[in-house]
Design a protein around this ligand. Sequence first.
Ligand SMILES: [Zn+2]
Length: 251
Amino acid sequence: MKKIPSVIDTHAHLDEFPDPREVIREAKEGGVLAIVAVGQDISSNQKTLEIAEQNPGFVFPAVGYHPWRLNPENDDETLAHIDNNLSHCIALGEVGLDYKAKTKKKVQKAIFLKLLAIAKKHDKPMILHCRYSHETVFRMVKEAALRKAVFHWYSGPLELIPLIAAAGYYMSATPALLYNPYHEKAINAVPLSNLLLETDTPVQYRELATRPVHVQVTLAEVARVRGITQEEIAEQTTRNARACFDLEGFS
Ligand SMILES: [Zn+2]
């Protein structure tokens, strides 16, 4: 029997599954070594922390405030909750700027700056959502001298990729590689040393409703796009994920 390559899903919304136990079990059996579970607001962060607590050494939590979930009434409480919980998380996310979202750019930027300050204070990587905002987000994290960051589901400008890589930041690939020529082009341009795999589960990619085990689909697609074996991609991206999120030192 062919051995299944070992991979890490670096971006999953486990809190969106009514009962995540089944998909976690399936992931373990499907060669997934670890899952980075991201949060979007207080209740999502809380659920994410609980799921991580129930799955030590396998589900690693990140707490965040997604640009789609911004609500001025909740800002202070959400930021305080992130600040209070970040020390036992592996990253701050999902956060970022979404210039197609309804919240004004200026308002989004102000929150993002506060989140950036919290990430800096705890020296944690940020997991970034960017839409029509890659240059701005990159400039802001670079100016803040944030040590580590992930530009998730990279679909930004191709010319930004070498700059993101030179700053030591990471970019991640999703199952959108199955059908999206732009994502394919971008992922083909990311240096292997800066590449991560993810699902953004439970996102539906055309007929594929993803679960964390589908990070294997991402792996197969990256191998196809790059013309390198799945084993080689799995080994390198797993090493990258461990380095990015300091998984070795995390307990
Ligand atoms: Zn996401």
